[in-house]
Design a protein around this ligand. Structure first.
Ligand code: HEM
Length: 240
């Protein structure tokens, strides 16, 4: 019974995540950028823009320039999450890829980095007056959801281990359209419920800033307005 409910939950959540993010990306890609608005100093070549985007994604460069504290907490959280997610690949492939094996020992440090980052980012929403003023319930809920995922994950890793062989069997089964037994210990069920919730709200939440950064005109435009006239596709149609 529990296995069936969670199987359906994860099928629905996966469809909403994939279709939802796909539709959002399509809309971002189609939205015209009528003006040249790269934040200067900006690269003047396509390669330059490529490297600028790499630095944004890998180092959070512009956040570093604007606020060192948010950068530190945000970076801790995201790097921790990257390691944790790479480690989770072991539940979705039968043979564990060698690089997934390599990151296994760092799980607890990565989880603590995520927690420290989230605590800093959440603390700032209470402690910094002007940030508290603009914080909406959804900002808090999103942080609460992530903290819940991290705490339930750490609890399984330390105090309440779950049967990870069964967890793996369950998710490998889902990928082959069969429903296998899922352990029913509360930390695992809480972890999975929160993860499915995250997947469902992701396409309508501020967490879209992840893929969205790639579509930001202030970052992805080439600074060449004198060499090349910039005309948005819809304006081109008007000219014809
Ligand atoms: C369907 C997806 C997921 C499954 C099946 C899953 C399952 C698990 C399991 C079984 C553990 C315990 C690991 C152990 O005992 O060694 C764990 C730990 C953890 N999970 Fe997840 N999880 C999922 C998604 C996520 C997501 C999306 C996040 C973060 C955003 C996350 C964050 C964590 C953290 C921080 C830990 C503790 C550190 C670690 O063991 O890696 N999990 N998860």
């Amino acid at each position: 019974m529990v296995s069936t409910i969670y199987a359906l939950l994860f099928y629905v959540a996966t469809i909403i995540l994939v279709v939802g993010v796909g539709m959002r990306m399509w809309r971002y890609a189609k939205t015209p950028a009528p003006l040249k608005i790269p934040t200067t100093p900006a690269p003047t070549t396509a390669w330059g823009v490529f490297w600028r985007m790499v630095r944004e994604v890998v180092l959070f460069q512009s956040l570093f320039k604007s606020n060192k504290w948010i950068w530190l907490f945000g970076y801790l959280f995201h790097v921790g999450m990257l390691v944790v997610l790479l480690r989770h690949f072991r539940y979705f492939t039968y043979d564990i890829w060698w690089w997934v094996g390599l990151v296994q020992p760092f799980a607890i440090y990565a989880a603590l980095a995520m927690f420290a980052g989230l605590a800093g980012l959440w603390g700032r929403r209470f402690l910094v007056e002007r940030i508290r003023y603009i914080s909406s319930p959804s900002d808090h809920l999103m942080l609460a959801l992530l903290v819940g995922i991290v705490i339930s994950g750490i609890s399984m890793k330390t105090l309440n281990p779950t049967d990870i062989v069964l967890v793996k069997g369950f998710f490998l089964g889902l990928m082959r359209f069969q429903i296998n037994e899922l352990p029913t210990d509360p930390p695992l069920l809480i972890h999975l419920t929160l993860v499915a919730t995250l997947m469902i709200i992701f396409p309508i939440s501020k967490l879209l800033h992840g893929p969205g950064i790639l579509f930001s005109p202030t970052r992805n435009q080439i600074d060449n307005p004198r060499e090349k006239r910039h005309i948005a596709p819809w304006a081109k149609k008007l000219e014809e």
